[in-house]
Design a protein around this ligand. Structure first.
Ligand code: NI
Ligand code: MN
Length: 242
C-alpha cells in the first residue's frame, strides 16, 4: 500500500464520502453520505468528532447525513451561499457561506477554497415544496489545505473542464479525489484528462461502483494514465491512506 507520509489520514467511506484527519487531529468530512451502499457498516455511528463538514452540492448522495451529523457534532460547514440558506433554514447554526474562488479558515487552521465543478445541484425537499426541483446553488469542488500546508482537491461531481488546469496551477494539490463512475459524472477517460490537468501526483478515484450504472473502474483510469507518472490509489471503502 502506498504511503502518503504527510501527517494526515485520508479515509474513503464509499461514493464521494471522505474523512480527513489533519496533523493536529481535526476531523473533516466531505460529502458525508454514510449510508451509501458501499460505506463501511456503522460508519455514521462510528463518528466521535467532526470539526468541519464540506458538502460539495445539494444532491442527496453528497449532502447525505449532513443534517444529522451537524446536530450531533456542530461542525463548521463551509458551503455555497444557496446551500447555506437551505441548511440554516433547517436550523444548522454553523454554516459558513462562500462561493467559487473564495477561501476561509475552518477548524482553527484548515484553509478551504471553493472551486468550480461542471455539474448541476437541484434538489427536492417535500417539506418546502412537494415534487418540485429546488435551486441548490452552484455545485463545487474544494481544495483543502491542512495545518502543515498539505493540499488535497475533492472535485465533487463533475465532468472534466479545461479550468482544472487553473486549479492545478493555483493550488498545486498533492492528492486529487476524482469521480470516475460515469453517467452522472465523468468516466475514466475524462477523469484521466482531468488528472493530467490538475497535475496532482496521486489520484484517488471515487463515485464509482456504488450502483451498477456507475461502471467506471480504477483499472480503466490507471490504464488511461499509464506513463503519465500519476499514481492511481484505489482505496477500498473504509481504507485509509496515510
Ligand atoms: Ni451530483
Ligand atoms: Mn453524485
Amino acid at each position: 500500500m502506498t504511503q502518503l507520509d504527510r501527517g494526515c489520514k485520508i479515509t474513503w467511506l464509499g461514493h464521494a464520502a471522505f474523512r480527513v484527519e489533519s496533523p493536529k487531529g481535526k476531523v473533516i468530512l466531505i460529502d458525508p453520505w454514510l449510508g451509501n451502499p458501499k460505506a463501511p457498516a456503522g460508519a455514521l455511528d462510528a463518528l466521535t468528532r467532526v470539526d468541519a463538514l464540506l458538502p460539495t452540492h445539494a444532491h442527496g448522495d453528497h449532502l447525505g447525513d449532513t443534517i444529522e451529523i451537524a446536530r450531533r457534532f456542530q461542525p463548521e460547514i463551509p458551503c455555497v451561499y444557496e446551500l447555506h440558506l437551505y441548511l440554516s433554514g433547517k436550523g444548522l447554526e454553523k454554516t459558513l457561506p462562500m462561493n467559487k474562488g473564495g477561501a476561509q479558515t475552518v477548524a482553527g487552521g484548515i484553509q478551504v477554497t471553493m472551486v468550480s465543478a461542471d455539474h448541476s445541484a437541484g434538489y427536492q425537499d417535500d417539506a418546502i415544496a412537494p415534487k418540485r426541483a429546488l435551486y441548490g446553488g452552484e455545485p463545487c469542488g474544494f481544495v483543502v489545505e491542512l495545518e502543515n500546508g498539505f493540499r488535497l482537491y475533492h472535485a465533487g461531481d463533475t465532468n472534466v473542464f479545461g479550468d482544472m488546469k487553473l486549479i492545478g496551477e493555483l493550488y498545486k494539490p498533492e492528492v486529487a479525489l476524482l469521480p470516475i463512475g460515469g453517467l452522472f459524472t465523468m468516466g475514466p477517460r475524462e477523469a484521466a484528462m482531468a488528472a493530467r490537468f490538475v497535475g496532482a501526483p496521486k489520484v484517488i478515484p471515487m463515485h464509482y461502483g456504488t450502483f451498477p450504472p456507475l461502471a467506471g473502474t480504477p483499472a480503466e483510469l490507471a490504464k488511461e494514465l499509464s506513463g503519465s507518472g500519476i499514481e492511481v490509489i484505489a482505496l477500498t471503502p473504509g481504507e485509509t491512506l496515510q
